[in-house]
Ligand binder design. Structure first.
Ligand code: NAD
Ligand code: MG
Length: 299
């Protein structure tokens, strides 16, 4: 069985889940992905051990991919979880909300567009109201569209990528901080792209460098208040974002080969990093970027 508990060769895990050439329209959904090569979010494997008992978490992009795996893990660790997603992703969101409730926790779905500052701020207010507080913020929603040549990179695409990835992180964090008691945690999803930008992802990579740097600066600013800020930097992870224009379709099958393990990662392999950074186990970890990328050279 492929899970995080059985000792096994990490180069051989998920051999049956190598992506094929495919394209998903819009933001893409896990429902569509599953029709072809499904992703593993830990549905059948993640075991909680009470590490987030009684905590209240807000996870943007918690309907699918990495955010969904984090939502499942947080719920099984004892946290109530609010997830934010686009209205078109309601079915994915409903599946994850059900898994949160199956874990015996409260699950709240918040649909809307994080490019809108007012909505982004409202997600915090809704979470505080529905869950009765907030102590974990995971800024994870993201937009990635490959564009090979800067001459073809539209102002609109540049703007929307920054709004979704960088501005929404700022808006949500700013709205959340007044609610965060000492012991709270903020986690930004950055990327290997923050350190090693691909030529066809320069705008996206710049947003990921921004949220990585924001995590480090805010870590210094908020640590005296007892709020720890950290980041997770995934490598190539099989999620809807990739076939939905994140990479050229014909690059998908081989994209994992650049890693030391020689394969794609699965969302389930990311969740433990987010659990660690949210829980008291990481009480002395501040302003860190945890690389979960199958092994790739980083500074
Ligand atoms: P994903 O498509 O499953 O998740 C991204 C989510 O972002 C979507 O589900 C959607 O709900 C949300 N989102 C996008 N635009 C939004 C908007 N305007 N309003 C509200 N929600 C919006 O893909 P994923 O790969 O799990 O992405 C999660 C994060 O991981 C992203 O920040 C991405 O940049 C980052 N990341 C992914 C990879 C990878 O290889 N998949 C690698 C490095 C970093
Ligand atoms: Mg989604």
């Amino acid at each position: 069985m492929t899970d995080q508990y059985t000792m096994q060769d990490p180069t051989k895990m998920y051999a049956d889940r190598t992506p094929d050439e495919q394209y998903l329209p819009g933001a893409g959904t896990d429902e569509e992905l599953a029709q072809n090569v499904p992703a593993d979010h830990g549905e059948d494997s993640y075991r909680g051990s009470g590490r987030l008992q009684g905590r209240k978490a807000l996870i943007t992009g918690g309907d699918s991919g990495i955010g969904a795996a984090v939502a499942i893990a947080y719920a099984r660790e004892g946290a109530d979880v609010a997830i934010v997603y686009l209205p078109e992703e309601q079915e994915d969101a409903d599946r994850i909300l059900q898994l949160i409730r199956d874990a015996g926790q409260k699950g709240v779905g918040i649909a809307g567009d994080l490019k809108d500052a007012e909505f982004a701020r409202e997600t915090v207010a809704t979470t505080v109201r529905e869950l009765g507080g907030l102590d974990i913020v995971v800024n994870n929603a993201g937009k990635q569209q490959h564009v090979e040549d800067i001459v073809d990179l539209t102002d609109e695409e540049f703007d929307e990528t920054f709004k979704t990835n960088a501005y929404a992180t700022f808006w949500i964090t700013k709205a959340a901080v007044p609610h965060l008691a000492p012991g709270s945690a903020i986690i930004n999803t950055t990327s290997i792209q923050a350190y090693a930008p691909s030529p066809h992802l320069v705008h996206y990579a710049a947003t990921k460098a921004t949220v990585n740097n924001l995590a480090k600066g805010l870590a210094a600013q908020l640590a005296p208040k007892g709020i720890r800020v950290n980041a997770v930097a995934p490598g190539p992870i099989w999620t809807p974002l990739q076939p939905a224009g994140g990479q050229p379709s014909d690059a998908l099958p081989e994209a994992g080969e650049q890693t030391y393990l020689g394969r794609w990662g699965q969302p389930a392999e990311l969740a433990p990093a987010y659990v660690f950074l949210a829980s008291g186990e990481s009480s002395y970890v501040v302003g860190e970027t945890l690389h979960v990328d199958g092994g790739m050279p980083t500074p």
